[in-house]
Design a protein around this ligand. Sequence first.
Ligand code: PGA
Length: 249
Amino acid sequence: MAQKLAAGNWKMNGTEASLAEVDAMLAAYPAPGCGVLICPPATLLDRLSRRIGTGPIATGAQDCHMNTKGAHTGDISAEMIKDAGGAYAILGHSERRTDHGETDAIVNAKTAAALAGGLVAVVCIGETEAQRDAGETLDLIGTQLAGSIPDGVSGQTLVVAYEPVWAIGTGRVPTLEQITEVHDFIRARLQERFGADLGGAVSLLYGGSVKPSNAAEIFAVANVDGALVGGASLKAADFGAIIDALQNA
Ligand code: PGA
């Protein structure tokens, strides 16, 4: 069984003052009935992890370099993420694929580095609007899945997030039928490659304009084990309502 996970990606948002939102989340969810993860900007990872301590919210980074150390200005390694208290790393988010030219091969190497460093890898895949309009969605998803995930993963160390690029930050979401089609396809591909047990244990998150108002219906879709949430993860009230929906799914 895949673990249910509500994951927040703060992107390039947040300063010291934002930590109060996490205090509110901790107060509201002392023992959530699902996994809860927050990936703040790198500047806050250590502070946020210390603030949470042994509390029920995990923390992670939004990227992880493919090398363990060295001359890579501005980058952070898996060891540094762990040292800052993080247990997860998001890899291959579409904004990094676009802004930083990350290919499937690069995402694969970063994912391998994150796993080797003892982190859980949250690997993101998703089609653009043009690719969907051209009927290429499943081909593209299949290619990204095969290319971005290294061998040697386990169900406990891999999370896959399906995030249609056109749904991120736009307020637009796919139909439940479209989400079902892609999530069923991802599950089947993972089980073909890694076996029924391991492929069945990977948490599959949907991401892209998840909000309190649409979370429950998305979580009711088979093979949706949670969400990767951007904008709505910044405020305790909104993220809390999404956690509620996942707990009750
Ligand atoms: P959004 O972002 O929830 O703001 O659409 C999701 C993501 O990019 O992970």
